[in-house]
Each structure stands twice: as structure tokens, then as C-alpha cells.
Design a protein around this ligand. Structure first.
Ligand code: OXD
Ligand code: MN
Length: 599
């Protein structure tokens, strides 16, 4: 079959040909008919294309070229100040019934939402180019990998997708083998919060996002496909799409152990995924498979195998420095798109928490002159970097393995000033599901909302679960039956404070000491003592050689549990239990009863 000739193909780049692409052409044409772009451009993912589109974005003022000697291949983008984070109140799962999406998601009947969006998209791309962005979520050839095609009128999205996914012709080859793909349509419209909607249609494997140009809302492979539609597909197909980093720990003897960890947005997943062990852990190495999303499926040996569906990082910048995350600093030193950081007079970038003194002057994230005396922050608290994973010096060699990596431990964690100890291990899988389901965290800037307030964020999936949360818990419980050797489940809290409000644990690289205990537990080679909340280490079980920033007393405090605090915690969990009661698997209610009975 030859390509359908389209009057819209004003660009020299030809769309791909192939019998199974007929449907793609028909769909692209129908969207172009609706949105009426001046031209349709089919992306191929080449280096030449990247250079050409980057230059176009610079000419149009969408990207600012940074100091190429300091930051080769790096650019700065400033978003509309009204468009700096994910917007959960504008995010919808348009399944056929409200019950299917549950109480934690916004719902609208699919036909109504399609009608509304069609109205908004009619003529929306006039005067613009519609880019056809084919991409893969996952390494080529993996049974877990999915194909997506995003149609977008944002060149910033195209260039960011090229970093964060495997974008271009590679996707057509995979589509030929797989036959199905996720449709995505994105238009910035007039970047107006009143006309901002991120809609998912799970039964049609389709995403439509309008009115925003912020990564989490518009890089449709990430939160929309890899988590919301991914979790829906995973339930049907017997796998799991989770908001989890994946890391490997290599011992001096060469033993490799992989764990995956779920922390809510902006709680240090990227830092943990790129952890560098402290000097005392000579010969130990941590490698990064992924920093945000894990797709996991039982393997033939009854273990859980994980891939990172992404190909790059879209990380929070403020607070990142050579102490908190050297590997992230190196990752964003070249070929990176920064969004909403500050610009120094020499074309370098700056943000709050970067190494060294604040610059005496710079341009803030809104493009205004800034000095240390200025009232606002120079960089937005949710400013981001998009960097290719290949830039990470600690990138796991297994990252492109189509089979994924075997997961020995799953770790849940939140940002909690009180109650939750540094680490504990769940008694078994079902208890672990309860621990994950009742996870809470103080809110951060990654989503619009009240920073600091504790919210329940089951498995860190509250904004990302594409179906009824009760059914999602049931799916977790079901997965146990498919696993002969399930991972052990843990909970960590790096953020506990003492009565004076001082952090009890130094965090960052020192988290290796806790990770080491977790790894040793996975291999059944360290003791733990039974507490009402789970198995815990004694202070002496944590390797403290060379540890600074945590005294013996502080270690004892951060490893302690207080039954009165836990009684309050169980009561606080009521909020979640009441909300989800109608759909909650009974196992979780029993787990709650068991926890109370142990206190
Ligand atoms: C993210 C998020 O961007 O969780 O990863 O918000
Ligand atoms: Mn995330």
C-alpha cells in the first residue's frame, strides 16, 4: 500500500507506508480535518530532525539556547505561568460507567467528553503544524512494550518526547509486530486553565489533552499512557503499571539485586534511583533502571520482572545539587531541556538549592530580572529537566533488556514528619498491599494543591490509577497468585522529624544503609524483630560505620514506633476507608483489624 496522499503534507517528510498503517493514516487525516493545522509533519526521530526542529523552536522563542560551552545541547523553555504542574481536577477517566473509575477519579461519559473535546479541537491548530509523534514505551521487542502515537501542535512536546521516549521510526517497526497502539491528541489551544482537560478513554485506548503544555499533562506516553491507561491494560492483561523507580544494587562480590519503589511525586524517587553509596560502602554500586515508572509482569520462573517504559528523565530541578544527586546533575549537563529554571547572565541556569551561592542577578522563571533580594523564587518549585537516560553515569546495563529485571523487593514510602519509622518490612504480600494502600504523604509542588498537608496516596497512584482504586487493590491481591516468588514488601520514611522539627535521618546517599538492610532481608540474611506494624531492624542492624548527621539516639528515635501515634494513624486512614468502602477488598479490612489487634 502506498501512503495516502494528503494535501496537508506540505512538509517534505513522508509518512511511513505499510499495510497495517492504513488505520494510522485514516486517523491522522481525520484529526487533521478536525484541527485544521497548516501542515502535518511526521516525525522520524533522527538527529537531523532534532537539530532542525530545535532551531525552529529557538527561532520561534519557544526554546532559549543556553551556554553551549557549559551546557552543550541544552535549552531553556519558559511555560505560561498558569501552566506549571499537573492538574488533577482537569484530569478525567472517561470509562463507560462512573463505577468503573471509582471515587478517586473524575469521570465524564465518553460520548459527552468526545463531544466537548471535538468542539474545542475544531480548527484549534489553524496556523500551526500538527506533528505526528510515533513512540515506544519500553525497549524494542519487549512483550511489555506498547506503541503510542501522539498528534500535537507543540514543538516543545515533540522535542521532549524525543528525550523521554524511544521516538521515531523504531515505533513503526514495533507497530508492525504488535498491531495496536495508543492514540493521543494534544493541542495547547490558548493555554487557558478554563479550557484545560486531560481525558483518557480506556475502552478506546485513547488520550486527548487540551489547554496545557506542561509535561505531566502533555507528554502523553508518561502519566497518561504508562500509568493511567497502562494500569487499566495491566489489569486486563495480567501485569502491573506502577509509579515506581527501579534500581539495581551490586555488591562487591558482584551479586545484583533489583528493587522497585513507589513514592509520591516530588518525594525523591529520582534521587533514590540514582543514589551513590557513601564511602564506607566500598565496592557497592547502585544502578538506575528507571526513576518514575515500572511495568512489571510475572516471568516463567514465578518472579516479578520489571521494565522502565521511559527513555529519559523528567525530573524536579530545585534541591538538586552535587550532594543530593550527582548523577542527576551529570545527566542534565548536556542535551537537556530545562523548563522554568532561572537564567544567568552567562547563559547558565540556576535554581534554589543548586551548589554554590545564589547569583547576584539572573532572570527568573517568568522572564523577569531577579536578585537574592527579590521576593519570589528564581526557579519555579516544580521546574523540571528532561534528559536522556544515557546521560546517567549509573544507568543500569539491563535497561534495554526486553525481559526486564527480576524484582526482589518493593518499597513504599511517603514524606511523613511523624509516626512512620525509617523502615519496616510487611509480614507478607497481603499485608504489604495494605501498607501500600494506606500510604500517606505530605503534599508537594508536583501537583496543584496545598503543600504540606498529608494526603492518602495509595501506592503513590492516587493521581495515576486509570480505574476504580478498589479494583486496583484487588488486582494487586490477584497478582500474588501469579507469583511463586513474590518480592518482599517494605515501607521507608526518610523525612521523620524530632520534636524540634529537625530531620532525624540525613537521607540521600545515606539511604544506602537502609537499602542494604532491605537487600539483606530480601536474601534472608539479616535478623528483624516483630513489631505491631511489621518486621523492623534494631539500630545495630543498620550499618552506621562512617555515618554522620544521625546520632545513636536519633537512629533509635527514627527506628522507633509509638503505639499511640499509630492509633491516630489508623484513625486517619479512616478517611480512605470511608471513601473507598464500597469497593474495598475485604482483605484490606481484615488487615486493618489485625493491625489494631496487634497494638
Ligand atoms: C512526575 C509526577 O512528574 O509524579 O513524575 O508528577
Ligand atoms: Mn512521577
Amino acid at each position: 500500500m502506498t501512503a495516502i496522499p494528503s494535501p496537508l503534507q506540505l512538509d517534505a517528510t513522508k509518512p511511513p507506508t505499510g499495510a497495517n498503517l492504513q488505520e494510522v493514516h485514516t486517523w491522522v487525516e481525520s484529526v487533521a480535518d478536525l484541527c485544521q493545522p497548516d501542515q502535518v509533519y511526521w516525525c522520524n526521530g533522527s538527529a537531523e530532525e532534532k537539530d532542525r526542529l530545535t532551531q525552529q523552536a529557538v527561532d520561534a522563542g519557544i526554546l532559549i539556547k543556553l551556554n553551549q560551552e557549559k551546557l552543550p545541547g541544552c535549552y531553556l523553555h519558559r511555560s505560561n505561568p498558569n501552566d506549571v504542574a499537573r492538574v488533577e481536577e482537569c484530569t478525567y477517566i472517561c470509562a463507560r460507567t462512573k463505577k468503573a473509575v471509582g471515587v478517586t477519579n473524575n469521570w465524564m461519559a465518553p460520548e459527552l467528553m468526545y463531544e466537548k473535546l471535538n468542539g474545542m479541537l475544531r480548527g484549534a491548530m489553524k496556523g500551526r503544524t500538527m506533528y505526528v509523534v510515533p513512540y515506544l514505551m519500553g525497549p524494542p521487542g519487549s512483550p511489555l512494550t506498547k506503541v503510542g502515537i501522539e498528534l500535537t501542535d507543540s514543538i516543545y512536546v515533540v522535542l521532549s518526547m524525543r528525550i523521554t521516549t524511544r521516538m521515531g521510526d523504531v515505533a513503526w517497526t514495533e507497530l508492525a509486530a504488535k498491531g495496536t497502539y495508543t492514540k493521543g491528541i494534544h493541542s495547547m489551544l490558548d493555554v487557558n486553565p478554563e479550557r484545560r482537560i486531560i481525558a483518557h478513554f480506556p475502552q478506546d485506548n485513547t488520550i486527548i489533552s487540551v489547554g496545557s503544555n506542561y509535561g505531566g499533562n502533555v507528554l502523553l506516553g508518561k502519566k497518561c499512557l504508562a500509568l493511567r491507561l497502562g494500569s487499566y491494560l495491566g489489569r486486563d492483561e495480567g501485569w502491573m503499571a506502577e509509579h515506581m523507580l527501579i534500581l539495581g544494587v551490586e555488591s562487591p562480590k558482584g551479586e545484583k539485586t533489583f528493587v522497585a519503589a513507589a513514592f509520591p511525586s516530588a518525594c525523591g524517587k529520582t534521587n533514590f534511583a540514582m543514589l551513590i553509596p557513601p564511602a564506607w560502602f566500598k565496592g557497592w554500586k547502585v544502578t538506575t533502571v528507571g526513576d518514575d515508572i515500572a511495568w512489571m509482569k510475572p516471568g516463567p520462573d514465578g518472579r516479578l520482572y520489571a521494565i522502565n517504559p521511559e527513555a529519559g528523565y523528567f525530573g524536579v530541578v530545585p534541591g538538586t545539587n552535587f550532594k543530593s544527586n550527582p548523577n542527576a546533575m551529570i545527566s542534565m549537563a548536556k542535551d537537556t531541556i530545562y523548563t522554568n529554571v532561572a537564567l544567568k547572565p552567562d547563559g547558565d541556569v540556576w535554581w534554589e538549592g543548586k551548589d554554590g551561592e545564589p547569583p547576584s542577578e539572573c532572570i527568573d522563571w517568568k522572564g523577569r530580572p531577579w536578585t537574592p533580594a527579590s521576593k519570589g523564587k528564581a526557579a519555579h518549585p516544580n521546574s523540571r529537566f528532561a534528559a536522556p537516560m544515557e546521560n546517567n553515569p549509573a544507568l543500569a546495563p539491563e535497561v534495554n533488556d526486553p525481559n526486564g529485571v527480576p524484582i526482589s523487593g518493593l518499597i513504599f514510602g511517603g514524606r511523613r514528619a511523624t509516626t512512620l519509622p525509617l523502615v519496616f518490612q510487611a509480614f507478607n504480600w497481603i499485608h504489604g498491599v495494605y501498607v501500600g494502600a494506606t500510604m500517606g504523604s505530605e503534599m508537594t509542588a508536583a501537583a496543584a494543591g496545598t503543600v504540606g498537608q498529608v494526603r492518602r496516596d495509595p501506592m503513590a497512584m492516587l493521581p495515576f490509577c486509570g480505574y476504580n482504586m478498589g479494583d486496583y487493590f484487588a488486582h494487586w491481591l490477584e497478582m500474588r497468585k501469579l507469583l511463586k516468588n513474590p518480592p518482599k514488601i517494605f515501607h521507608v520514611n526518610w523525612f521523620r522529624k524530632n520534636a524540634e522539627g529537625k530531620f532525624l535521618w540525613p537521607g540521600y546517599g545515606e539511604n544506602m544503609r537502609v537499602l542494604k538492610w532491605i537487600i539483606d532481608r530480601c536474601h534472608g540474611r539479616v535478623p528483624a524483630y516483630e513489631t505491631p506494624v511489621g518486621w523492623m531492624p534494631e539500630p545495630r542492624d543498620i550499618d552506621t560505620e562512617g555515618l554522620t548527621g544521625c546520632s545513636n539516639e536519633e537512629l533509635a528515635e527514627v527506628l522507633s514506633i509509638n503505639v499511640e501515634d499509630w492509633k491516630r494513624e489508623v484513625l486517619l486512614q479512616d478517611e480512605l476507608f470511608f471513601k473507598l468502602y464500597a469497593d474495598l477488598p475485604k482483605e484490606l479490612i481484615f488487615q486493618r483489624e489485625l493491625l489494631i489487634s496487634r497494638m
